[in-house]
Design a protein around this ligand. Structure first.
Ligand SMILES: NC(=O)c1ccc[n+]([C@@H]2O[C@H](COP(=O)([O-])OP(=O)(O)OC[C@H]3O[C@@H](n4cnc5c(N)ncnc54)[C@H](OP(=O)(O)O)[C@@H]3O)[C@@H](O)[C@H]2O)c1
Length: 282
């Protein structure tokens, strides 16, 4: 399978590194269907993975003060890319985000299903939800929503680095995505050209407290932090908008025979590898 990846950021590079010669990581900045189509024609991929997006710097709060750039990158660009893929008759797997859901779902178990409607407030989440709405019924298009990537490789986009680096931490419960598992699932979804929305999250959920407990056991016993309430995040000026916290039900991967490791098992394995990487000085 030849994979053409758009978006040479964190996830795009992690996927390229994992897949080696099977993948091409495009450096093209897509502003139109023509930009994307030219790159597809030049590379002749079997499938396209869209890891491009506007995620904000230093964080997603940037998107609220740069709404048009955010909409262009997260809504219009995926639509242009989807149009190019439809014209070239190539399957597209687009990366979505679980942060389109805020709080509990209306279901009795409070978990969000793939076909639930999003309820996002901030610009970043709204732009991601808008792309999902536009793309989700197109044939030959899959949407892989991830949540809070946890990676064995230390780095600023890794939830382990982020939470371990904060002095004040909220203890919220969330679905998470273990990056090694995500890369494997993306590959399988593209092999199967699976259409529609998928929650690419490990079964179960995680509290920040669980993750930091494991971090202190395996990485840094001297680590300390202060616990704060969720609503204090904005009150204390640590974020301009409240963050999305939620639990996603992953109901559709099983239709394609795809499974992910339970969160607790995958988290321990990843933290052990993270600790080894830290010891090696990564
Ligand atoms: N990491 C997370 O926590 C997370 C969670 C849920 C969902 N996601 C989604 O996963 C995707 C990948 O995230 P990431 O963490 O890898 O983000 P990232 O590190 O910010 O990478 C995104 C990349 O897309 C590029 N890009 C932006 N607009 C583009 C365009 N029009 N054409 C081509 N490339 C463009 C950016 O390039 P420039 O920087 O040069 O503009 C950047 O290299 C995004 O769609 C994001 O919304 C991420």
């Amino acid at each position: 399978m030849k994979i053409l990846i758009f978006g040479a950021g964190y996830v795009g590079n992690r996927c390229k590194d994992a897949w080696g010669d099977e993948a091409v990581l495009s450096k093209v900045h897509v502003s139109s269907k023509q930009d994307a189509l030219a790159e597809i024609v030049a590379n002749q991929p079997d499938v396209v993975l869209n890891c491009a997006g506007v995620t904000g710097s230093p964080n997603v709060d940037w998107c609220d003060s740069h709404q048009l750039e955010t909409i262009m990158g997260n809504t219009l660009m995926p639509i242009a890319l989807a149009a190019a893929c439809q014209e070239a008759n190539v399957y597209l797997l687009h990366m979505g985000s679980g942060c389109i859901f805020y709080g509990d779902s209306p279901h009795a178990d409070k978990q969000w299903r793939e076909d639930d409607f999003g309820n996002p407030l901030p610009a970043y989440s709204r732009s991601k939800w808008a792309a999902d709405l536009a793309l989700s019924t197109l044939p030959n298009v899959g949407i892989a929503r991830i949540r809070m990537p946890i990676d064995r490789i230390p780095g600023p986009r890794n939830l382990i680095n982020k939470v371990a680096g904060y002095k004040k931490v909220i203890d919220v419960e969330n679905s998470v995505t273990i990056v090694d598992d995500m890369i494997e699932v993306f590959h399988q979804l593209m092999e199967k050209k699976a259409p529609g929305i998928f929650h690419v999250t490990n079964p179960g959920s995680m509290r920040h407290r669980d993750m930091l407990k494991l971090y202190e056991e395996l990485v840094d016993p001297a680590h300390t932090n202060e616990w704060i309430e969720n609503d204090e995040l904005v009150k204390l000026g640590l974020a301009t908008k409240g963050r999305s916290n939620n639990i996603l039900a992953s109901t559709r991967l099983a239709e394609f025979g795809i499974t992910m490791r339970p969160t607790a098992e995958a988290l321990r394995d990843t933290m052990e590898k993270y600790a080894e990487a830290k010891t090696r000085g990564a």
